[in-house]
Ligand binder design. Structure first.
Ligand SMILES: [Fe+2]
Length: 337
């Protein structure tokens, strides 16, 4: 007797049993990766990484990133790191030209419209600026267009902040800081640490600053060139102002007629920080302040928040009709955060 042919199909080999996790799919890539952070001991680290992965995956899906583009991005970031040194921070520059530095600065120093707005510190601050006396001339090489800079530091109720420290630095008329031109500009040129008087007032003699380009000979410069952007920052004077019991502010005052006010390469300009720098033709006044006639004047009053003032809430989100879509709708549905 012959055995009847078998028509049964052998069952597929059983997949080895697998503990836990969902496998990677295109549809649920972000959720799968975010779930891998479930046991992160630091809750804030988990929150940041989970959000990062959701945004990053939504971005890759939205633009359908090609392998060549992924490779170009890796190469760009590699070269950005290789450009960094003790005197050059290309990653901060990248953050600057993408507006991330300004966004972090703005989120962390909201004023609610009641105090002087902040802007980026920039790379040219000296940790110990040379101490100056009221009225000093910080223009050590005598070049440039003379300018009288003055202002008053007050608290939120207009109370003068006697003894406030006013740290300033700026470019010369050619658009360079002293540290960029060793041997050409004297050390400490166009910078100084002043102490406000009993009425919170400060004044000093300087020159009108000039616009200048950020360093554009590296990968960030290539990004700007590839996108048709210029590397320039409008003319400005840097300030760090502080007083005991008040929140310090790091900011600039921008020269109203400077080029690039509406296209600052690092997005640092805020309307409230722009000032006219008019020319004054008054020989008697010039002699009184110790400047050649004519000269320019720049007045910048600053208001600091009290250190114990409550945090300022985020501004309301734009109305839906005004909002610009950036990521595919529904990209975050079912997020495993
Ligand atoms: Fe600057």
């Amino acid at each position: 007797m012959t055995a009847a042919p078998s028509h049964t199909v052998s069952p597929a080999p059983q997949a080895p049993s697998r503990a836990g996790g969902e496998l990677f799919t295109e549809e649920r890539s972000a959720e799968v990766v975010a779930a891998s952070f479930a046991h992160t001991p630091n809750a804030r680290l988990q929150e940041v990484l989970t959000s990062l992965v959701h945004h990053l995956h939504a971005f890759v899906k939205e633009v359908e990133l090609t392998e060549e583009e992924w490779g170009a991005a890796i190469d760009f970031l590699t070269r950005t790191g290789q450009m960094c040194s003790d005197v050059r921070q290309e990653f901060i520059l990248l953050s600057d030209v993408l507006g991330v530095s300004m966004l972090v600065e703005t989120i962390n120093h909201r004023t609610g419209g009641t105090s002087t707005e902040s802007t980026v510190l920039g790379p040219f601050h000296m940790t110990e600026s040379p101490e100056r006396q009221p009225g000093d001339d910080i223009n050590l090489d005598g070049k440039g267009t003379p300018c009288l800079v003055s202002g008053q530091v007050t608290g939120p109720y207009g109370e003068p902040l006697a003894g406030a420290t006013v740290d300033v630095w700026q470019t010369n008329e050619d658009g360079f800081y002293d540290v960029q031109q060793p041997g050409i500009q004297p050390p400490g040129n166009l910078r100084g640490l002043f102490t406000a008087d009993a009425e919170g007032r400060f004044w000093f003699r300087s020159v009108v600053p000039r616009y200048y380009p950020i360093p554009d000979d590296g990968p960030v410069g290539q990004l700007l060139a590839a996108t048709g952007r210029h590397p320039n920052r409008p003319a400005h004077l840097h300030f760090i102002v502080s007083a005991p019991g008040y929140r310090p502010v790091t900011t600039h005052v921008f020269v109203a007629d400077s080029p690039y006010l509406d296209s600052d390469a690092v997005f640092g300009v805020k309307d409230s920080l722009i000032r006219d720098v008019p020319e004054v033709d008054d020989p008697a006044r010039a002699a009184e302040v110790g400047l050649p006639n004519p000269f320019h004047t720049l007045t910048f009053d600053l208001t600091l928040l009290r250190a114990d003032s409550p945090p300022v809430a985020a501004p309301p989100a734009p109305r839906e009709a005004d909002a610009q879509p950036t990521l595919a709708e529904g990209a975050f549905e079912g997020g495993a955060s």
